[in-house]
Write a new protein. Structure first.
Length: 198
């Protein structure tokens, strides 16, 4: 059973408490949304759950099937990828370390990135940059998928693509989405409001 057990998590930033005493069990293949006002700590909480940041107080326990470095997939607008790499090179590099759900060629075709696979990452539009990050996370075969504002800089067509990919490729994963946009977490069956942990 996949499970992430948050016990009394608190985070202080620049003297302010973002949230306190957050206790929650994320488990199996449930889909969760972390919601709340801007600057309420949604993204920070997601990073702590994924092991990217440390909590000021509290602890997180992971089930035995989760090894943080390889078994948690993560996508965020704040992520930095290798600027000088082409899209193809980024996918090739990423999947040297991660297990893919489908072949890299299929990923590029499904993401409609195949025609621009030789473009350098640092020349892409903001929407295309987000699509690359999101594709790498969605197509990684891992028990846990963490998504921070997944449709950032997306147009209507890419929003639809995102929901289709989640529906087709991510049913067997525990998913946690941090977002204020209800469209981004429309498939989630539980919502957690960070305002309740002030």
């Amino acid at each position: 059973m996949t499970q992430i057990d948050c016990i009394g998590i608190s985070k202080r930033f620049n003297g302010d408490i973002l949230f306190r005493d957050f206790t929650y069990k994320f488990k199996n293949t449930n889909k969760y949304a972390i919601i709340g006002e801007n600057s309420s700590g949604k993204s920070t909480l997601l990073k702590i759950i994924g092991g990217v940041l440390s909590a000021t107080k509290g602890e997180i326990n992971y089930s035995s099937d989760i090894n943080q470095s390889n078994q948690i997939s993560y996508s965020s607008p704040e992520m930095n990828l290798l600027n000088e790499y082409s899209i193809q090179e980024l996918f090739d590099f990423h999947f040297q370390f991660k297990k893919p759900k489908i072949s890299i060629k299929e990923q590029l075709i499904t993401s409609k990135l195949i025609d621009c696979k030789d473009k350098k990452y640092n020349t892409l539009s903001s929407g295309m940059i987000n699509k690359v990050k999101l594709s790498l996370a969605i197509f990684t075969d891992s028990p846990v998928l963490l998504l921070d504002e997944p449709c950032t800089n997306f147009d209507h067509e890419n929003n639809k693509w995102y929901i289709q990919m989640i529906d087709k490729y991510c049913n067997n994963q525990l998913i946690i989405v941090a977002s204020n946009n209800s469209y981004e977490y429309s498939f989630c069956n539980e919502q957690i409001n960070t305002q309740h942990f002030k």
